[in-house]
Write a protein that binds this ligand. Sequence first.
Ligand SMILES: Cc1cc2nc3c(=O)[nH]c(=O)nc-3n(C[C@H](O)[C@H](O)[C@H](O)COP(=O)(O)O)c2cc1C
Length: 344
Amino acid sequence: MDNLQTTYLGLKLKNPLIAGSCGLTNSVTNIKELASKGIGAVVIKSLFEEQIHVDTEKIIKNEQGKVSTFTKAPDTILSKRIYDYDEAYSYIYDFAKRNSLEKYLDFLKEVKKSVDIPIIASINCVSNQDWHAFAKRIEETKVDALELNIYILPSDWRRSGEDNEKIYYDIIREVRNYVNLPIAVKIGYYFSSLAQSVQKLSESGIKGLVLFNRPYNTDFDIDNITLSHGQIYSSEEEYNHTLRWISILSGHVNCDLSASTGVHDHNAFIKQLLAGATSVQIASALYREGLDIIPEILNKTSEWMAKHKFKDVAEFRGKLSKTNLENPAAIERVQFMKLYSGIE
Ligand SMILES: Cc1cc2nc3c(=O)[nH]c(=O)nc-3n(C[C@H](O)[C@H](O)[C@H](O)COP(=O)(O)O)c2cc1C
C-alpha cells in the first residue's frame, strides 16, 4: 500500500491512520498487534501532568530525607497546585502511586524496541507548573514525537479567554526549551475564536495540531438524582464536527492537522483527508469494531483511490477544504437555510 504513504510531524508514515491515545496503546502486546494490522503510527496512552507532580514531589522529599514512604498525600501536592478539590487530589495521588514515571519510561523504551512504526508519547496537561523537564526524559527513550493533550475547560469566570490561552503558549514554550522532539498539541474546541486561536497555535513552533480531544461528557441519572457521565466511546455520527474545522482551517495553518473523533470507517477517514487532514486518529473504533477495522479502512481507501484514479494521498488531500472560501460561515448559513427551511 505504498500509495498511502504520508508525512506527519516530519515523520514518515506508511499511511495516515494513527491509533489515538487510549487504553489500547498502553501495552507492548497491543501496540505490536496494532502495528501488525497496518497502523501508520501510535500515540501512547497519556501520562498525566499530575503524575509528574506527585513523583517529583516524592523524589524531592526522599532526597531531603523527610519522607521515606509514599503512603500519605502531602497537602503541598496538587491541591495547592491545581485543584481546590480534595477528592480530585486524593484520587490523582493514588493513581500516580500506581502508575510511576519510571514504569512509563521503561514502557516507552520497550515499545520502541518492539515495533518499527513511529511512536508518539503523550502528556495530558492543564497547567504550566514545573513538569516540563520530564519531557526530556521522554525524549531520551527515543520516541519519535510528543503529543501534548492540553485541555483547559474555560469554566472559571475569573479568568479571561486570554488568561486561559496563555497557558497553551507557556506550556509549548517550556516544553520546547527541554526537547527537540516534534510536538503535536491536541486541543478541545472551547475557544472564543477557534479559527484565530488555532492559527496562532500553529505558529508557536509546534509541528501538528490534533482536532479535537473528545471531552468527558457530563450527564445526570434522573432515577437516583445523581451525576453520571456520557458515552465513553464516540459514535460514527460524531465525525462532522471535526470535518467542519479541518476543512475550514487546513491551508490556513502553519502545521499539520490530525483529525480525531468519530472516525469509525473508511468513509469518515477519506472525508477527513479530503478536508485536508495530514493524519487521522482512531480510538473508539478500535474498541467497538476490533483491530481488524485497521486493514478494512486501509483496503477500502485503496479501492476508493483506484476507483477515482488517485495515485497517492497528496492527490486528493484537501480537495474539499474550504481554503479558497472567503467566508465559510456565510456558506454554512445558506446551506442551513436551504436544508432546514423546507422541512415542515
Ligand atoms: C478508553 C479511552 C481512553 C482514552 N485515553 C486518552 C488519553 O490518555 N489521552 C488522550 O489524549 N486521549 C485519550 N482518549 C481520547 C482519544 O484519544 C480520542 O481523542 C477520543 O476518543 C476521540 O476519538 P474517537 O472518536 O476515535 O474515539 C481516550 C479515549 C478512550 C475511549
